[in-house]
Ligand binder design. Structure first.
Ligand code: SAM
Length: 181
């Protein structure tokens, strides 16, 4: 399944860290990229750095019109989930969501009201306010599970560094040295 994130309302001073976390989470859990409704180039740089080391082809693309991106995505046959605490709770929404191409929209500040009408599904990850990073992670996990994938086993075959999981301590393998992959 193709998964793209659209991050709305990013404020350069205030949201840099959390938007980076949205992108890192999306990358780690199987999304192909993130559209960023801002001209902040710092997020893209962080993700390019992460990709150079940990692999994959995750992209961050700065956009100027989120509405155009939603329109283009839908015209190409994709569907749109808007994550909002006011929506249908994820466990109730999941059985209805079937598509090969999903755009997941997360906000920062209050989102434009028309988004509620443009989205195919307004989905809550529990109907309480919390975090876009938490909402995205749980949504990616449940969506991937519904299509038979495990978001926590995302693997990047071209990684230069890989973690060898340990019960205690840390081990990072330099794949260029070991020839492993
Ligand atoms: N202060 C903002 C407002 O007045 O709307 C909300 C900020 S909230 C931390 C930022 C984003 O987190 C929201 O746009 C939404 O995408 C996501 N979010 C927060 N709680 C959520 C929940 N329970 N379910 C789904 N998404 C949620």
């Amino acid at each position: 399944m193709r998964i793209v994130i659209l991050r709305l309302g990013h404020r350069i001073q205030r949201d840099q860290r959390i938007t980076t976390h949205v992108a890192l989470t999306a990358r780690a859990m199987g999304a192909e990229g993130m559209l960023l409704d801002s001209d902040d180039s710092g997020i893209e740089k962080s993700l390019v750095d992460a990709g150079a080391r940990w692999g994959g082809s995750f992209y961050v693309k700065r956009i100027t019109s989120w509405k155009n991106e939603v329109k283009k995505w839908k015209e190409a046959g994709g569907k749109v989930i808007h994550l909002t605490m006011y929506g249908i709770n994820l466990p109730d929404a999941i059985p209805e969501i079937s598509t090969d191409a999903i755009m997941i929209i997360v906000g920062a500040e209050k989102v434009p009201p028309e988004l509620y009408g443009l989205a195919d599904w307004n989905v809550a990850v529990g109907n309480q306010p919390h975090s876009e990073v938490a909402a995205l992670a749980i949504t990616l996990d449940r969506l991937q599970a519904a299509s038979g994938n495990d978001a926590l086993r995302t693997h990047f075959p071209d990684a230069k560094c890989e973690i060898n999981p340990q019960k205690a301590g840390k081990e990072v393998i330099d794949t260029a040295l070991t020839g492993k992959l």
